[in-house]
Design a protein around this ligand. Structure first.
Ligand code: KG4
Ligand code: ZN
Length: 371
């Protein structure tokens, strides 16, 4: 099975071919530089960029892989949750290709695809307990199989990635700032009391990172000497040595606060499983974070469970994960017709495939008031 994947849900335009459990080739164009100057993604600009870049990326994908559209067995596309205008560009392209070739169209839940990225090229045992941490979502998910998910906890406001990005913005670091916080904090002992570990004083598995965002903003306002004076000063290759130690300690402390908050809720979810899961997985852009990966490795070792993390390039938005999820769905007989719709941020992606063995009872629930 050769599956084409198309990803246009936010600010990465990406296409990939995936065959028999392995990526063949991906072509990806990031819009990060375009949006950095605005300090966040501008939806209108993102849609226009997807429209401009998608066709040439597809041409390059086929030219460089030596495959042609006629070789493709299924066409998978991210259908949401994401920026509506951006999703529509990918969906329109996928529908056109499906119509032209007669090959099945498969709308993929972007969050489901993030989680399955951890299984690419591996024999992951199920049930698995998953931690999904991205710019728009923070969820604890139980996967009874690769195609059966139940959300156990979610963020009630900001996602972990948003907390990283807003904190970075408070220090005048470029967007998206998560990687700056990660790299600047590396090798520096955190002050574990500098920032709160938010929303732990309760009994459930949900998250809330908005209080942490405010705490970091207040700290940055009280220490203006730590702020980069201009984006130009902050931009370019990240050289940690060039930054004040107090800022690097703040970054390390923030990393600790977020990683430890995730750890506490993830372990709580683990303890509440009727029986220990067969594996742990984590995915999403924030799963590229050094201290979070180290925290998860430690947790897995303590619990004696295998841990599966995507390689960093597959943590962020990409089309390999869409093609990989599309392959699994296509192989199970699931498909969509040409009425397939996009799902905006904050909406639950319905499990509305036709075909397949059975309609899945629970689907990934992306509902969150902040999206
Ligand atoms: O999954 P993703 O690429 O896009 C969404 O679906 O949201 O995640 C993007 C998020 C951004 O908030 C970005 O700052 C964060 O992932 N991120 C990181 C790191 N790399 C990316 N956060 C912390 N540490 C990193 N190394
Ligand atoms: Zn994503």
């Amino acid at each position: 099975m050769l599956c084409l994947g198309i990803e246009t849900s936010c600010d990465e335009t990406a296409v990939a071919l995936f065959e028999n459990g392995r990526p063949v080739l991906e072509k990806l164009a990031s819009q990060a530089d375009l949006h950095a100057v605005f300090g966040g993604v501008v939806p209108e600009l993102a849609s226009r960029e997807h429209l401009r870049r998608l066709g040439p990326l597809l041409q390059a994908l086929f030219a460089q892989s030596g495959r042609s559209l006629a070789d493709v067995d299924a066409i998978a596309v991210a259908r949401g949750p994401g920026l509506l205008g951006s999703l529509l560009v990918g969906l329109a392209a996928a529908k056109g290709l499906s119509l032209a070739t007669g090959k099945p169209l498969i709308g993929v839940d972007h969050l489901h695809a993030h989680l399955l990225a951890a299984t690419i090229g591996r024999e992951v045992a199920f049930p698995a307990l998953g931690l999904l941490v991205s710019g728009g979502h923070t969820q604890i998910v139980r996967l009874d199989s690769a195609l059966s998910l139940e959300v156990l906890g979610r963020t009630l406001d900001d996602a972990a990635g948003e907390a990283f990005d807003k904190a970075a913005k408070s220090f005048n670091l470029p967007y998206p700032g998560g990687v700056y916080i990660d790299v600047l904090g590396r090798g520096i002992a955190p002050d574990k009391t500098l920032f709160p570990r938010p929303f732990l004083d309760n009994d459930h598995l949900d998250f809330s990172f908005s209080g942490l965002k405010t705490a970091v903003a207040s700290y940055a306002a009280a220490h203006p000497e730590l702020r980069a004076t201009s984006l130009a000063e902050a931009g370019g290759a990240i050289n940690p040595e060039a930054w004040p130690m107090a800022l690097r300690r703040a970054c390390s402390s923030l990393n600790f606060a977020i990683a430890d908050t995730l750890r506490i809720k993830f372990e709580r979810a683990l303890d509440r499983q009727p029986a220990p899961p067969a594996s742990l997985i984590a995915a999403g852009g924030v799963a590229a974070n050094g201290p979070i990966r180290a925290m998860l490795a430690d947790l897995a070792a303590r619990r004696g469970l295998p841990l599966y993390l995507p390689e960093p390039a597959l943590c962020a938005d990409n089309a390999v994960m869409i093609a990989a999820a599309g392959s699994r769905l296509a192989e199970a007989g699931y498909a969509h017709d040409l009425t397939l719709t996009a799902v905006p941020r904050g909406r639950k992606v319905p499990w509305d495939y036709s075909g397949g063995p059975a309609v899945r009872a629970a689907s990934v629930d992306s509902a969150s008031p902040a999206q």
